[in-house]
Ligand binder design. Structure first.
Ligand code: SAH
Length: 199
């Protein structure tokens, strides 16, 4: 499946394709980059942060196998673009952002789109969001140096987590982690570049 031209990933889940097509990405990118909203590339969103390229957002979302019974924790609200996709596919999204201004901007857009199954928190997502844990799925869009223990703890049995991992200045690997009881099955998927997660 090809998105927006450019790089493409294997997106086969029709629900993910339909959902991502229904989200106006231009709303989530700053005015000066609106012309590039439908190019498959990452763009700056201010405060040194970036919105990922849509094909990667779709690919990462597909890995979580969401449906309307599932509750998902997202770390790194950023522009809110990934949040919108999660909200379309899951029952409920709990999203944590450390930069208040970004969260405010994202919430405004997501409210405008009528996405009302999202709960927002300003805080350090390295700790997850204990209050509503455990989650069926966890989506992390900033890269910690290693997988945070708290996030593993907050994943339900059979739950799935998608997370980029790598030390600042080093290569990051996108991982899919599946919980099986007390065991965590880890699969390395590909090299990626996300902003570092604040610890
Ligand atoms: N998914 C976003 C991209 C986010 S960029 C989108 O679609 O636009 C990564 C985001 O993670 C940034 O907004 C950054 O501020 C946030 N972040 C970094 N460290 C964090 C932490 N410890 N807790 C919560 N958010 C964090």
């Amino acid at each position: 499946m090809r998105f927006f031209g450019g790089i493409f990933y294997d997106i086969e889940d029709e629900r993910v394709i339909e959902a991502i097509r229904s989200i106006p990405r231009e709303l989530f990118v700053p005015d000066e980059f609106k012309d590039y909203a439908y190019v498959d590339s990452a763009l700056p969103i201010g405060y040194g942060q970036t919105i990922s390229q849509p094909s990667l957002v779709a690919y990462m979302t597909q890995l979580l196998e969401l449906d309307k019974n599932k509750e998902v924790l997202e770390i790194g609200t950023g522009s809110g673009y990934q949040t919108a996709l999660l909200a379309k596919l899951a029952k409920k999204v709990y999203t944590v952002e450390i930069i208040e201004e970004l969260q405010k901007r994202a919430k405004k857009i997501l409210d405008k789109l009528g996405l009302d199954n999202i709960k927002y928190k300003i805080g350090n997502g390295y700790e997850g969001w204990e209050e509503y844990a455990p989650y069926d799925a966890i989506m992390v869009t900033a890269a910690p140096p290693e997988v945070p223990e708290k996030l593993l703890e907050q994943l339900k049995d059979s739950g799935k987590m998608v997370i980029p991992v790598g030390k600042p200045g080093h290569t990051q690997v996108l991982k899919l982690i599946i919980r099986e009881g007390d065991k965590f099955i880890e699969e390395d998927l590909q090299y990626v570049r996300f902003v570092p997660m604040v610890k």
